[in-house]
Write a protein that binds this ligand. Structure first.
Ligand SMILES: [Fe+2]
Length: 268
């Protein structure tokens, strides 16, 4: 396999690799290392069945089942989250900058997203590097943030928006998590900024109103252009991201066309 870095901030294309079969140990080790070095890995022209997709992800850790999204499940594959935007849909899944499921006490390692159907143009995904966001803060700001924790919450619908059926509340482990604002990545030992505009509601011990100005600043700071890369999709593109050190934003610019992605998420 070959690694081609995408841009200055983060991201790499991984070439000459087939994800449909178990990776040989040295290749697995190289991919795992690249994931933590580059944070976003892009693999082109892959052909994966649902089982092959899950088996690839499973090499990196146990699979995660999303705690409350039940819309459009795939029969027999609760670990595969089907992300679909139909031609007539105006909204897109996960439409603001975020890391996935940070409202959980134990954040997930990362996700493997596989493009099944893509629009003729548009539907790219932006990723941002939270190490870079941390490193660019002034020393005084870092010192101030050092003692702060933030609350991450999600509003959970009581019924499935599609079917109207009640969701299974037992699957939701928790809907509110508390994390330090500056987190040390357990694999790399590097410090990163860990707040996002989708799930982070306030700093622990402060009101939402008190938290808002600094939180807004940090979220804006974290996603500035110099810290990002942009992944363009085609059917067969696979992107594997380190969910702890990145945020992502799906761009909603393809009205009138259909897009279908399959996401499998790996626990820590
Ligand atoms: Fe997401």
């Amino acid at each position: 396999m070959r690694i081609e870095p995408m841009v200055g901030a983060l991201g790499a294309e991984i070439l000459d690799i087939d994800l449909s079969a178990p990776l040989p140990p040295d290749t697995f080790a190289a991919v795992r290392r690249a994931l933590f070095d580059y944070q976003v890995l892009v693999f082109r022209d892959q052909k994966l069945t649902l089982d092959q997709h899950k088996n690839f992800a499973r090499q990196f850790g146990p699979l995660h089942i999303h705690p409350y999204i039940l819309a459009r499940p795939l029969d027999g594959h609760p670990e595969v989250l089907r992300v679909v935007k139909e031609k007539d849909d105006r909204r897109v899944f996960g439409e603001k900058w975020h890391s996935d499921v940070t409202f959980l006490t134990r954040p997930v390692l990362g996700s493997v997203l596989y493009a099944v159907e893509t629009p003729s143009k548009g539907g790219d995904t932006l990723f941002a590097n939270m190490y870079a966001a941390h490193d660019a803060l002034s020393p005084a700001m870092r010192t101030m943030l050092e003692g702060l924790s933030a609350i991450h919450e999600t509003p959970v619908p009581e019924v499935d928006p599609e079917t109207g059926r009640p969701l299974e509340p037992l699957r939701l482990v928790n809907r509110s998590g508390e994390h330090p604002v500056l987190v040390v990545h357990p694999e790399t030992g590097r410090k990163l900024l860990y707040v996002n505009s989708t799930y982070t509601t306030h700093f622990k011990g402060m009101t939402i109103e008190e938290s808002r100005p600094l939180l807004d600043y940090l979220c804006q700071h974290a996603t500035q252009a110099a810290f990002t890369c942009r992944v363009r999709w085609a059917p067969g593109t696979v992107t594997f991201w380190d969910n702890r050190s990145t945020q992502h934003l799906p761009i909603n610019d393809y009205h009138g066309e259909r897009r279908e992605m399959h996401r499998v998420t790996v626990e820590t």
